[in-house]
Design a protein around this ligand. Structure first.
Ligand SMILES: CC(C)(COP(=O)(O)OP(=O)(O)OC[C@H]1O[C@@H](n2cnc3c(N)ncnc32)[C@H](O)[C@@H]1OP(=O)(O)O)[C@@H](O)C(=O)NCCC(=O)NCCS
Length: 146
């Protein structure tokens, strides 16, 4: 039985294990503790006590920024990212958000695929937004109207 619950400080070790494994440019522990202290919606997705993934959504007035959505490597490509996205969209709707915005690296094929699948479309491009190995990488800006 899968369930979504509030993330708390005790989850950070498990979150960081996934984060460092699945991201080329992972968040730091501090990024997660800051998110927990903020108004962001921080949820973990788990089944029988095993963390499958997590999501961080930052609401601002009537639109929300999707800051992080991750599924543990061993559980990827089984539809869990799609389910988690569906759950966070429901939460955003319940908070009367009009749309969800996000930024994504053009090289992140899996995330781009998930976002398009979930109904996001590109509305902009920020040049050289992300640090990358040698130079900088653009950010594709996407939105999904709820
Ligand atoms: C992006 C991510 C959350 C997707 O989670 P997932 O559980 O593997 O995705 P799903 O199985 O639900 O896939 C849903 C759809 O997304 C697309 N997709 C997912 N992974 C993909 C991949 N590797 N390549 C291309 N498309 C992909 C497909 O359209 C897929 O539908 P399909 O399997 O029917 O073809 C996961 O790959 C991940 O955690 N990546 C590392 C963290 C990250 O980059 N997060 C986003 C930025 S914060």
């Amino acid at each position: 039985m899968m369930r979504l619950r509030e993330m708390n400080l005790a989850d950070i070790d498990a979150v960081m294990r996934i984060e460092q494994h699945v991201h080329a440019h992972p968040w730091t522990r501090g990024n997660f503790t800051d998110a927990l202290k903020s108004d962001s919606v921080c949820r973990v997705y788990e089944a029988e006590g095993t963390m499958l993934g997590y999501v961080i959504l930052m609401p601002a007035v009537d639109e929300a920024q999707l800051l992080n959505i991750s599924i543990a490597a061993a559980h990827q490509r089984k539809g869990l990212g799609r389910k988690l996205m569906g759950e966070i969209m429901e939460i955003a709707r319940g908070m009367n958000m009009r749309r969800i915005l996000l930024e994504v690296r053009p090289s992140n094929v899996a995330a781009l695929g998930l976002y398009r699948d979930a109904g996001f479309s590109q509305i902009g491009l920020r040049r050289g937004y992300y640090p990358a190995d040698n130079e900088r990488e653009d950010a594709i800006v996407m939105e999904c109207v709820l």
